[in-house]
Write a protein that binds this ligand. Structure first.
Ligand code: FPP
Length: 217
């Protein structure tokens, strides 16, 4: 069976930029080019949803210039996107600049009826915070069972997560989709995110199909 839902931890944009004599800020613009390429290839290969880690709650500790660069790339993307994906976001938008938060709402609304693959963007997102948020809602409703809990996760409307791919050489999840990762197949690439090509997506999806998934059975 092919993968329905693939998560990407898009690591290595800063290192890629430095290696090419560019600013780290420019690295994120190239990161977005890679994201468009990767997402398009996933859709062509039958993937139903792609989730990407674009900004973690911990990233806020980065230098202001770098944060502004990421926010700028994402805001521009939201305001100009006119493709066929359904764009949705998960994370805490309450502390984001108003213009950025508005751009998130606008792209979600504009693309809600699109026919293409879902591109889910984790932004100002943390896996633990998402779990705690879902648990609090379930608790408040007095229905603390797996089903009602899962309905309140950021990923609740997406298919089960089949794979997580991390580029950039590190072998950890860094607070990305921790609950959903339970039975996801993990892939770690040394390649830096802006170097990702269609052929990398093909190889990952083919590798996934060869894996035997047991779900604990
Ligand atoms: C980690 O690379 C990546 C990020 C902190 C952000 C990635 C965001 C993008 C590629 C923009 C995507 C755009 C949209 C619209 C979703 P890093 O900077 O930590 O790389 P390093 O490990 O080389 O320093």
């Amino acid at each position: 069976m092919g993968a329905n839902h693939v998560g990407f931890i898009m690591d290595g944009n800063g290192r890629w930029a430095t290696a090419h004599g560019l600013s780290r800020a420019e690295g994120y613009a190239y990161g977005l080019i890679a994201l468009r390429k990767v997402a398009k290839r996933c859709e062509e290969r039958g993937v139903k949803a792609v989730s990407v880690y674009a900004f973690s709650t911990e990233n806020i500790a980065r230098p202001t210039d770098e944060i502004n660069a990421i926010f700028g790339v994402v805001e521009k993307f939201n305001l100009t996107y006119d493709g066929r994906f359904k764009i949705c976001y998960m994370g805490d938008f309450s502390t984001l600049p108003d213009k950025l938060a508005d751009s998130i709402e606008s792209v979600e609304q504009r693309t809600a009826d699109n026919e293409g693959m879902t591109l889910n963007i984790a932004f100002n997102y943390g896996g633990r915070a998402d779990i705690i948020h879902a648990a609090k809602i379930a608790y408040d409703h007095g229905e603390f069972i797996e089903d009602t809990f899962e309905k309140n996760l950021g990923s609740s409307r997406l298919p089960a997560l089949d794979m997580i791919v991390r580029t950039g050489g590190e072998k950890r999840l860094s607070n990305f989709m921790l609950y959903e990762a339970a039975y996801a197949e993990l892939f770690f690439l040394d390649k830096l995110w802006p170097d990702m090509q269609e052929s990398d997506v093909d190889a990952l999806l083919e590798d996934f199909e060869k894996r035997t998934r047991k779900f604990g059975k």
